[in-house]
Design a protein around this ligand. Structure first.
Ligand SMILES: NC(=O)c1ccc[n+]([C@@H]2O[C@H](COP(=O)([O-])OP(=O)(O)OC[C@H]3O[C@@H](n4cnc5c(N)ncnc54)[C@H](OP(=O)(O)O)[C@@H]3O)[C@@H](O)[C@H]2O)c1
Length: 283
């Protein structure tokens, strides 16, 4: 995976790293997750995140906050914090609806002219039809990149990939230090498909288990960083894209402060050894 460093500017003085996707687009390897945020919280916290240097925002039709996400981004653009092409917006659609209408509706609700990445939110009865609609949206410029979410095995991935004209650029899955998608990651290397981690910190209600892990605490102390920062840094160095969510502006600023240190090979090996194949969700 190719990761490039962009020169720091006053707007993102903390720095942001990008990965080149298999379709040639550049996607930040770190961003802001908006699940459980209301529309008004999303507006305020997306704006806060952009101010802190975030350049990737993750939403979904299912979260019912695309409108707030769009308002937060447009506010930042109107204040000159960044240009539309400098922010990467992901949304997702759940199978079961008319996919062409759903894509148009997401675009309209976000109000940002196009969507950078749109994913099938989860497997469903017409997901192959949904993927074909996503391909049409790429061809008409409504969406730039496409992928899938909650497909955990090579077989599940191939069920979509075998009918695809555009190889999925991203697979967004539950992925964290206790549930590492190692086998899928290795399999996807042949396609240049990148895994994006949802629940990068274990998810709401579970973070204490990850933050209080003795090995994580020790590594954090050795770098003068928090457990959350060490875990986020692990995702990035392991080749994943991390999108931690938060309702706390202090946490939002803390979580992006991970580009001024690096975990050692030994740190990475220790964290690789924490894998327990333990998921916190069942979907
Ligand atoms: N595709 C899918 O099916 C799917 C499923 C789930 C999630 N997602 C996406 O993935 C994103 C990330 O998942 P998530 O938000 O559910 O879980 P997460 O990022 O793993 O964890 C969020 C939890 O971490 C806490 N937190 C964040 N930063 C912290 C810090 N620095 N110190 C202490 N606590 C901290 C938050 O509390 P505070 O609010 O107090 O900071 C919140 O309780 C979602 O927002 C969503 O965009 C996708």
């Amino acid at each position: 995976m190719l990761i490039i460093f962009l020169a720091a500017s006053p707007v993102h003085a903390l720095g942001t790293q990008y990965v080149t996707l298999n379709d040639g687009s550049k996607m930040p390897v770190f961003g802001f997750g908006t699940w459980t945020l209301s529309d008004s919280q999303a507006e305020e916290l997306v704006y806060t995140a952009i101010k802190a240097g975030y350049r990737l925002i993750d939403t979904a039709r299912y979260y019912r906050n695309e409108s707030g996400v769009g308002r937060g981004v447009r506010r930042a653009i109107s204040e000159g914090l960044l240009k539309r092409e400098e922010i990467f917006i992901t949304s997702k659609l759940i199978p079961g609806y008319n996919p062409d209408e759903a894509i148009d509706d997401s675009n309209k609700t976000l109000g940002l002219d196009y969507i950078d990445l749109m994913l099938i939110h989860q497997p469903g009865y017409n997901d192959e039809e949904v993927y074909k609609a996503l391909e049409r949206a790429v061809n008409s410029g409504k969406v730039k990149s496409i992928g899938i979410s909650n497909y955990y095995t090579p077989e599940e991935f191939e069920r979509i990939n075998r009918i695809a004209s555009i190889t999925p650029a991203i697979v967004q899955n539950e992925n964290h230090i206790f549930y590492q998608n190692n086998d899928l990651k290795k399999y996807l290397e042949r396609y240049g498909t990148v895994i994006e981690s949802w629940y990068p910190l274990g998810g709401r209600g579970n973070t204490h288990e990850l933050f209080n892990n003795e090995a994580v605490k020790k590594i954090a102390a050795s770098h003068g960083k928090t457990a959350a920062q060490v875990i986020i840094r692990w995702h990035i160095q392991a080749g994943y894209i991390a999108i931690p969510g938060s309702k706390n502006p202090e946490h939002i600023r803390e979580n992006i402060n991970v580009f001024d240190f690096a975990l050692t090979d030994n740190d990475m090996n220790i964290i690789a050894g924490l894998n327990q194949n333990k998921r916190f969700e069942v979907w």
